[in-house]
Design a protein around this ligand. Structure first.
Ligand code: 5GP
Ligand code: ZN
Length: 119
């Protein structure tokens, strides 16, 4: 369930400090340490699921909770007119922290395009 070497497991356990937005039995939400927009926080399952590719049916309740809480937490954080969610997965997705997390990003102004194709 927990990986002792995982920084997000340590954040859930309070061993690494975080600016917490929300916590329940299945998920934990906290502000990103390097925000890319006025609002930028992460919602993670408390279970140590390394990537979205590792998720299975046993994780459906936690994954559903991550999505169903996103709007409420985004509104509380200041997103009054929408926001963006993003889950990076694996090497190709440029995932940096291998504990599944959903970015919630927003602010007063429209965000730049999500994917910039360099040709
Ligand atoms: P990824 O690239 O894996 O989708 O995103 C990882 C995110 O975790 C990055 O946006 C990074 O700023 C954030 N992050 C990494 N380490 C920490 C930390 O110790 N505390 C917090 N609050 N965010 C972190
Ligand atoms: Zn973990």
């Amino acid at each position: 369930m927990h990986d002792p070497d995982c920084i997000f497991c340590k954040i859930i356990d309070g061993k690494i400090p975080s600016r917490k937005l929300y916590e329940d039995d299945l998920i934990y939400a906290f502000h990103d340490i390097r925000p890319v927009a006025p609002v930028h926080f992460l919602i993670i399952p408390k279970a140590h699921i390394p990537t979205l590719s590792d998720a299975d049916a046993t994780h459906e309740t936690a994954l559903g909770r991550m999505l169903s809480k996103a709007g409420e937490l985004a509104a509380e954080a200041g997103c009054t007119d929408g926001f963006r969610t993003l889950i990076n997965c694996g090497r190709v997705g440029r995932q940096e922290v291998y504990h599944l997390h959903m970015h919630v990003v927003g602010g007063p102004d429209p965000l730049p395009p999500m994917i910039v194709f360099e040709r």
